[in-house]
Design a protein around this ligand. Structure first.
Ligand code: MEV
Length: 423
């Protein structure tokens, strides 16, 4: 058991090198581990230090490219950053199988973000609500004054919603400002507006304002994708029907829906991460949206068209941007966006929705037929082989032996590696 104090005075002021030394001293890291941390790969250390606090290294994950994707009639290559095997291959397969039916068609509801202002200690909440609604023009002016650049780009305040909420702390009056944030993710823009507006709301109503923050349930910023697969392309009508039944299962049961939606987010979050966007914001929005009817349900919907094709649709909040944050600072997202050819936040959101739908297609197809382990095992076997110590060409040889034996386990990998090395 190590014994040290984690109260490290001035740690944040140390250089990255010093911090690595400090952590190594305290925790007993050896020179190899410290050298590993010093190698920040393709993220320059000075950039990493501007992104977060107390930096001691970087974490690299593979970026794979999803091929075969046709989105709105255009072929696109989509970089996906993920640690999970099979995720990229799943998208490639789904996209290949709907190329004959023209790929994915996408749309959005616009780039509208919501920020909330909480008003408390109010005896007449219904009157306060109307008082706030009466101030729509003032509210627009206060919000738009906060961000002249956004206004120049055609964005700014768009709508006002005020709700009375019964809570355990008594009635609250919740103001929503709805703002067109154009190509930004929009958190900074709407949070600044909400903070500027709050004192005015307190003054107009005689109440006390407290929280002023965006909502990640960005249901005025939806991305949508749809696609069709012919029965011939997917292995027949029984496969199609099994996939629809799998969707019905997810839509009826939150235990299944959580896994079903996790699969969708395998694709969505991988593109969100590759483009330097906020994975947690998108995930929170997706799951809250999935529960909007009061029950947690599937984010996709699957049905059979009059022509007998399998049709899938996905609709979810998509708060992603091209300006600001890691997307601009980190060198990799810019390259990923160039590969994708996404020149607006809306274009990016649409591609992400298509990827989410493709991901769900492949998961449902595998689950309704062979099960997911078969496709998963080839790459997983390589991971297991490496965990057992296989190097270079040994990795493929051991992995193949594991798959052939149908036993992708660490103990079997160690045994195969020992056999290969002749001991
Ligand atoms: C694994 O990461 C994702 C799946 O479990 C999704 C699903 O079950 O639909 C395969």
């Amino acid at each position: 058991m190590r014994n040290f104090s984690s109260r490290i005075s001035g740690f944040h002021k140390q250089s990255l090198d010093q911090r690595i030394d400090t952590v190594a001293d305290l925790t007993g890291l050896d020179g190899t581990a410290a050298a590993h941390l010093r190698d920040t790969g393709n993220l320059p250390p000075e950039t990493a230090e501007r992104m977060i606090e107390n930096v001691i290294g970087t974490m690299t994950v593979p970026i794979g490219v999803a091929t075969n994707m046709i989105v709105d009639g255009r072929d696109v290559l989509v970089p996906m950053a993920t640690e999970e095997s099979s995720v990229v291959a799943a998208v490639c397969n789904a996209a290949r199988q709907c190329r004959d039916s023209d790929g994915f068609v996408t749309s959005t509801s616009g780039a509208l973000m919501i920020a909330q202002i909480q008003l408390l200690d109010i005896g007449d909440p219904e009157t306060a609500r109307i008082r706030i609604l009466e101030r729509r023009d003032d509210i627009q002016a206060i919000c738009d004054d906060m961000d002249p650049v956004l206004i120049r780009l055609g964005g700014g305040f768009r709508d006002l919603e005020v709700r009375v909420l019964e809570t355990r702390s008594g009635p609250m009056v919740i103001t929503h400002i709805v703002v067109d944030v154009r190509d930004a993710m929009g958190a900074n823009a709407v949070n600044s507006m909400a903070e500027a507006l709050a004192p005015h709301i307190a003054e107009w109503t005689g109440g006390r304002t407290c929280l002023r923050i965006l909502s990640n349930l960005a249901d005025r910023r939806l991305a949508r994708a749809r696609a069709e697969w012919t029965p011939e392309a997917i292995g027949g009508e029984s496969v199609r029907d099994g996939m629809v039944e799998a969707f019905h299962f997810a839509d009826a049961d939150p235990y299944r829906a959580a896994t079903h939606n996790k699969g969708i987010m395998n694709g969505v979050s991988a593109v969100v991460l590759a483009t330097g966007n906020d994975t947690r914001a998108v995930e929170a929005g997706a799951h809250a949206f999935a529960a909007r009817t009061g029950r947690y349900r599937s984010l996709t919907r699957w049905e059979v068209t009059n022509d007998g094709n399998l049709a899938g649709v996905l609709e979810l909040p998509m708060a992603v941007g091209l300006v600001g944050g890691a997307t601009k600072v980190h060198p990799t997202p810019k390259i990923c966006l160039d590969i994708m050819g996404a020149e607006t936040a809306e274009a990016l959101a649409r591609i992400i929705a298509a990827i989410g739908l493709a991901q769900n297609f492949s998961a449902l197809k595998a689950l309704a037929t062979t099960g997911i382990q078969k496709g998963h095992m080839a790459l997983h076997a390589q991971n297991i082989a490496m965990m057992a110590g296989a190097e270079g060409t040994e990795v493929d040889t051991v992995a193949k032996a594991l798959v052939d034996r149908g036993q992708v386990r660490i103990d079997v990998a160690e045994e195969e590696l020992a056999r290969l090395r002749g001991n």
